[in-house]
Design a protein around this ligand. Structure first.
Ligand code: GDP
Ligand code: MG
Length: 442
């Protein structure tokens, strides 16, 4: 008997056992989520080993926020995995530099080249684009079209088949024109894989780029590491851009790309258009990877501003992902009653940043009021519709304009805003929003 009691006592005082269990369970759950988000299995394992070293079991035993402590540790660990420890080359205005883009066909190179050029053009650079992809039919036309739209000089050839020659000629042309950011787009496919990498080696040797950017499709999955490594070995990759982050991809392959290239992610692509391009920010990216968003803060804010009995409804609507005009109307009402920038929607990244830029609240409120009057002229069916093509009928737009005494252009502007917000909203579809309390003691 004595033995049994002392054993039980021993177990009771040895509280860390329980917390180790909590830690393991929690890490298993997070690992599963990360693996599903395309983080390489090996990296998930390394992360868990590191976390177990970092997280102090005594803190867990004493603290009530076990889950939060572990989640924070995971968050920090992922952030540091995305940080290769050295910044990438950064172009300087007026100082000519050559940037070479590499990546598999379809990864988004050509699109991203133009986005990159446009980004720097807006900052006052004089960019230029060279199409050194002679493999893909129509490659030059595609680049030409993109470049023309953005008013960026371009170079390429319909007849020359040697990408090295095109790259060299392009460089000469644009150096003479005093361009300070010369971008070389390359091929992403060959009859033989080895030939592609040999070609990258040759183009790199001929152009001596200041920076080689590896472009990777965010939804590439577990193949990311090998792909990034292969390009790193043929051209000395110094930065990574992850594309198609507007889709469902969580982008876990970014961790692999950083590990394989020992280079930072510098931008992400968030759509097919030239301005759907964002400077990479580690923390929001990791939040998304973990499926967290800024949900902790978001939930706190919801508790503050939405009446308790309406919260489940809002959360339901958020995760449904169906953003109707009526829902937009309701959110506008919220915004108006709560005062600008002190409302729930401002917690959703991108939601109110454009709708209500800081310092321009008065104008924004006027705009929202205008939008709401136009929406007052819509039918119930229109407000509740989930058919995005409904307002493709010009007669509807005209009726709403007439009914509200506004111009067709005003109505169109409101519908554009609706589309933008609906797109942001749709990203929340299916996200798990922790209920208050989930974040603390497990
Ligand atoms: P490349 O073969 O590597 O040059 O790839 P492209 O630039 O031709 O892009 C392949 C496809 O991906 C095209 O249809 C692009 O419009 C699309 N694309 C590129 N970047 C993005 C992005 O960030 N989001 C979305 N949704 N599509 C993209
Ligand atoms: Mg291309």
């Amino acid at each position: 008997l004595g033995g049994r009691i002392s054993r039980a006592l021993q177990e009771m005082t040895n509280a860390t056992v329980i917390d180790e269990k909590v830690l393991t369970a929690c890490l298993n759950e997070i690992s599963r989520a990360l693996f599903q988000a395309d983080v390489q299995l090996k990296m998930v394992q390394t992360m868990c080993t590191n976390i177990k070293k970092i997280v102090n079991l005594e803190d867990l035993a004493a603290g009530h926020n076990k889950r939060r402590i572990i989640q924070q540790a995971v968050f920090n660990e992922l952030c540091s995995m995305l940080d290769p420890g050295k910044p990438s080359f950064s172009p300087q205005k007026g100082k000519p530099s050559v940037i070479m883009f590499v990546g598999l066909q379809g990864s988004g190179k050509t699109t991203t080249c133009t986005k990159y050029a446009y980004h720097y053009q807006k900052k006052g650079f004089k960019p230029a684009l060279i199409c050194a992809d002679t493999f893909r039919a129509g490659a030059f036309d595609q680049l030409k079209q993109n470049a023309t739209k953005a008013n960026i000089p371009f170079y390429g050839s319909y007849t020359e088949t040697d990408p090295v020659k095109i790259a060299q000629e392009g460089l000469e042309t644009f150096r003479a024109e005093k361009c300070d950011l010369i971008i070389v787009d390359t091929s992403g496919r060959h009859k033989q894989e080895a030939a592609l990498f040999e070609e990258m080696r040759q183009v790199a040797a001929a152009t001596s780029p200041d920076l080689v950017i590896f472009v990777m499709d965010g939804s590439i999955g577990q193949a990311a590491f090998d792909q990034a490594q292969a390009f790193k070995q043929s051209a000395s990759v110094g930065a990574v851009i992850i594309t198609k982050m507007d889709g469902h991809a969580k982008g876990g392959g970014a961790l692999s790309a950083v590990a394989a290239t020992k280079s930072p992610v510098i931008f992400i692509g968030t759509g097919e258009h030239i301005d759907e391009f964002e400077t990479f920010e580690t923390k929001p990216f990791v939040s998304r990877l973990l499926g967290m968003g800024d949900w902790a803060g978001f939930m706190d804010r919801i508790q503050e501003v939405v009446p308790m009995d309406q919260q489940p409804e809002l959360i339901q609507k958020l995760t449904d992902g169906n953003f109707t005009l009526r829902l937009m109307y309701e959110q506008f009402q919220n915004i108006m009653s709560m005062g600008p920038l002190n409302q729930v929607m401002s917690m959703i990244p991108g939601f109110s940043s454009e709708l209500m830029p800081k310092g321009r609240e008065k104008e924004s409120q006027a705009k929202i009021k205008k939008f709401m009057t136009m929406m007052d002229s819509m039918t119930s069916a229109e407000l509740d519709s989930t058919n995005p093509k409904l307002f493709a009928e010009a007669s509807r737009v005209m009726r709403v304009a007439r009914g509200s005494g506004r111009s067709v252009r005003d109505v169109t502007e409101m519908l554009e805003e609706y589309k933008r917000l609906a797109k942001l909203w749709s990203k929340m579809k299916g996200l798990k929003i922790p209920k208050k309390g989930d974040m603390s003691a497990m």
